[in-house]
Design a protein around this ligand. Sequence first.
Ligand code: ADP
Length: 753
Amino acid sequence: MAVADLILRLFPGFAWLVAGGLFRASPAHHPVGVAGMLLLGAGLVSAGWLGRGQRRGSLLAGGLLGLVLVPLAGVYALVGVAVTLLFLARELVDQAAATRRLEAERAELARQLDRRINEIFSLQELSYILADSLASERIAERVARYVMRFLNAEGAALALVNEDDGGLRVAAAEGALAGFAGRTVEDVAEALVVRALATERIEVGRRTETEPVLLLPGFTAESAAAVPLRAHGLAMGVLAVANRRDGGFSAEDLWLLSTVSTQVAVILANSRLFEMVRQAKEEWETAFNALTEGIAVLDKQGRIARGNRALARLLNMPAPALMGRPFWEEVVGPSPDAWLLAAAEAKERPAPLTVQSVPTGRLLKLTAAPLAEPTYEAALVVLVADVTEQRALEAQLIQSEKLAAVGQLVSGVAHELNNPLTSIAGLSEFLQERPGLGADREHLRVINEQAERAGRIVRNLLTFARRGTAADAVVDLNDVVERTALVVAYELEMRGIRLGEQRAAGPLPVRGSRDELQQVVVNLVTNAIHAVRDQPPDLPREITLTTARDGAMAVVRVRDTGKGVSPAHERELFTPFFTTKEPGEGTGLGLSLSYRIVEAHGGRLAYAPAPGRGAEFWFSIPIATDLPEGEAAAAPAAERSALLVDDDPGIELVVRALLEPANIAVERAASAAEGARRVAERRWRLVIVDGGLSADGRQLLSEQAQVPDGTRLVVATADAALAERCRARGAATLPRPFLPRDLISVVGDLLDA
Ligand code: ADP
């Protein structure tokens, strides 16, 4: 009992050990465990069953069986324990191996993660770098450098498709490929780069046993990859990488290359688009600003959204200042902008409008084009053309045509009148000589005078009607004006009119007829005299003659302080026979004749109200540039100065009294030597020499050896032979002693010649 009890009590310990071996070992050992369990179960059952009879035999049998089974179970249990321990040991070894495996896997995953993170960061870095520039060459450079660094390659290059011929050109190259930068890629089908462009797929190559990879024509590598760059369905180029230093190209490398190339292709396509847009904008802006007409783009409120340089110039402000300004107010003035409103609402282009602009003082023609789909920014485009000059030219043309028509008519009539008038004037003069005419003589005188006057008018008419070009000589306009001033000086003084003069420095040579140009100036000055002479005494009586150079033109202005021309008459001024003067005072031909003369000289005659009060007539004629040498030298007008070479101060007084009222400054040299020196020093208009000077002085001056062109020499001498010699050499002579009248006549002749 005690033994069975002991066995029963000990058994669970064995059972635990056996079961432990059974469940913790691998399924392959289960049969051993199951057999152990069965053996134990059998031992227990038999021991229990035998022990139940309480008989000696049974007890003995049970005891014997127990004695056999228990040790057997014990042995088995020991074997089980040993097996279990063995299994446990093996399991420990297996677990250690699994742990090592897991550790390696974890390390690999960590490495991959690390690389991916690295890639992401570097891709991000690349996109930052690329976002920095839109120039395709810069982008290519940066990509090649990036790829080379990131893949640890020996060389990288980026070839772009040429838009014109579809060929490939290496835009940037680094490392071993650096020598290819800027080169065209030959079309060799085996080259990886060419293939990648043709197939539009990534092409990768590794050296075969015999041959390396041909990456670019002229470059082979141990391993290489070529990735096409595609964006918007277009092949933009190829990215080439040579010899990865860490071995061949892995799947991750190719993934990275493909990601980079997609990104780069999009940026390159954008850069091309940007470049196209920039170029188009530049071209458009250049054209916009090159236009001589002003252009304004207006918004719906009629404010300037955009304006070109011509418009800015017209409005006299910098172009950026145009933005946002009300168009109508700035360009036209404070009048109602009905035309603009109508133009903005019109479906079609409205009729152009010509307006007098208040802010600019110009005549402007506005043409509007409404936009089909107006936006807030732009609703209407207005073209602003300055037609001031064009209108003036048109008016001038009409005037010329009118003059030509009148000219034709007039010349016919004038010729017919000329002969009868000559007869009337001649005969009436002839009849006046007859004795015993009495009161009729006076009548004949009037007839003669009127016929003379009619003759003058006819002559004027004929000059007016004469067409064709002016005589071709070089005339100094300064000189012409100066002579006119001399001619009218006396009359001005008589009438108490002040003459102001502003002369251009240096000569104003023009080509044409001196007489005709003189006639123009005389006509203008005569009109000016008429305009101021009847002024009330408290008003200024002044005429100003100005000559000036204005670029390539010589300009003459005649300004007076008269009552000016009424605006209603302005348009008629140059029309033949237009006059506001009393009959007998004016023919109305002066200005039209002058107009025609100036026109024949290639110039222009015009009227402008004088600032303040009065009228200003001005004309401009092109300055002659191709002067022959002699003419150029002769053209300059000398100053209004006279040198008297005479040792008698009394003579100086007389000469001064006579010449100074005509604005001629007189100086005296007391000896022939001084005279010669002063003549050499500067130019004089007149040199009057006393013929009684020492023989060599006389010789010097009379021979005109030292007297420059443009200076007139007058020799006063009682010596008839000397006078003759002097005249033969082109000098004028005066008798000595001379009378004031003689001097005036010689000097006047000289100045007017
Ligand atoms: P006329 O002097 O014979 O009238 P013009 O052709 O010279 O002919 O001038 C035409 C008209 O122009 C003159 O009648 C006058 O009304 C006007 N005019 C010309 N010059 C002036 C001036 N300086 N000031 C005012 N009016 C002028």
